[in-house]
Design a protein around this ligand. Structure first.
Ligand SMILES: NC(=O)c1ccc[n+]([C@@H]2O[C@H](COP(=O)([O-])OP(=O)(O)OC[C@H]3O[C@@H](n4cnc5c(N)ncnc54)[C@H](OP(=O)(O)O)[C@@H]3O)[C@@H](O)[C@H]2O)c1
Length: 223
């Protein structure tokens, strides 16, 4: 039977790329978008759902719509960059700090809390984090609030994984530095190359259980 994936934040960039990649591998894929997204809707075989991860009512409504479905993979990809990544913690407004922390840490975890039970008992739950969220690797500074939001996501993700009783596999994935709106045009990878690596990691680690922080080449990253 075909494997199934629910990819959260699939309108463009890496999320859209993941939908295309898993479909090309024969998976049955549902992607979510917060506003109508033509490109996703035109992918043959992709089911499209609406979700703004910052709106808890929409998470609950999606859970109801998906009731009875099972997924081998739930992947929360949605995320945002700081409006000005050179802003230090001393410069950032409370509104901007709250926006980045909410969308990158609180909301992905709310999605896992709300939709995690749709994942098969031996399935995989993944979040798109960043190497910039590695506290031990943070020697460069820069994008301080984005880094903190991904470090918070990593910490919350580990806590979530630790209290699950099912033999699930938990992956905090760094996709590499990728040419998207967040990665910018100087990034070293194109979307297709990154998501091919990410999908390889998901397939290779399926059923392995435990929690890992890995990149698109399956290299482990220190938390
Ligand atoms: N590109 C890189 O180099 C890189 C490196 C490390 C980690 N990442 C992570 O990879 C993930 C994907 O980013 P990307 O590089 O593909 O950037 P992107 O092209 O800017 O895509 C961001 C995606 O997140 C969605 N999103 C943002 N806020 C949302 C919300 N409240 N509800 C639902 N969806 C929301 C966007 O949807 P809309 O179209 O509706 O805005 C879009 O689909 C992010 O978590 C990012 O932090 C990227």
């Amino acid at each position: 039977m075909a494997k199934s994936a629910l990819i959260i934040g699939a309108s463009r960039g890496l999320g859209l790329g993941l939908v295309k990649e898993f479909i090309s591998r024969g998976w049955r894929v549902t992607g979510t978008v917060r506003t109508p997204a033509q490109e996703l809707e035109q992918i043959a075989g992709a089911a499209v759902e609406r979700l703004d991860i910052d709106l808890p009512d929409q998470i609950a409504a999606l859970r109801e719509r998906l009731d009875g479905q099972r997924f081998d993979l739930l992947f929360v990809n949605a995320g945002v960059m700081m409006r000005d990544r050179s802003e230090t913690i001393g410069m950032v407004t409370t509104a901007e700090f709250t926006r980045v922390m909410t969308t990158n840490a609180l909301s992905p975890m709310r999605v896992l809390e709300g939709l995690g039970d749709l994942v098969d008992a031996t399935g995989t739950i993944a979040v798109m984090t960043s190497v910039l969220g590695s506290v031990s690797r943070n020697t460069g500074g820069d994008a301080e609030v984005y880094r903190a939001s991904k470090a918070a996501l990593n910490s919350l993700f580990k806590g979530f994984a630790a209290r699950q009783r099912k033999p699930l596999t938990f992956l905090a994935v760094h996709p590499g530095w990728v040419q998207t709106e967040i990665g910018g045009s100087n990034a070293v990878l194109d979307v297709a190359t990154s998501v091919r690596g990410v999908a390889d990691v998901v397939e290779k680690r399926a059923g392995k259980r435990g929690v890992a922080f890995v990149d698109n080449n399956d290299m482990e990253i220190p938390w």
